[in-house]
Design a protein around this ligand. Sequence first.
Ligand code: FES
Length: 106
Amino acid sequence: MPKVTYIETEGKVHEVDLPLGATFMEGAVQNDVKGIVAECGGSCMCATCHVYVDDAFLDLLPEMEEEEDEMLEGATAERTPNSRLGCQVRASKKLDGIILRVPREQ
Ligand code: FES
């Protein structure tokens, strides 16, 4: 199972093994990662699952769909080049070891 590391804003680290195909949002919610709200339940309609992806993994991410791009424009926390919505990216072998930081606000 791919390993995902979530880092909360206060620095608490969660190292989690996610089943292949689970979204990063699901992994965060199921493992009580503080700061991933996921109001819409993964429908790409709230942007409260915003995460910052470690630079080393940016090139390995699946391409962003237009919906995600639009939602990120309205995200509460600053959008950066490594912003993604956790509900739109799934755990995969290629992303094993990925590090995700939670924004200060959602
Ligand atoms: Fe709502 Fe990801 S959970 S956009």
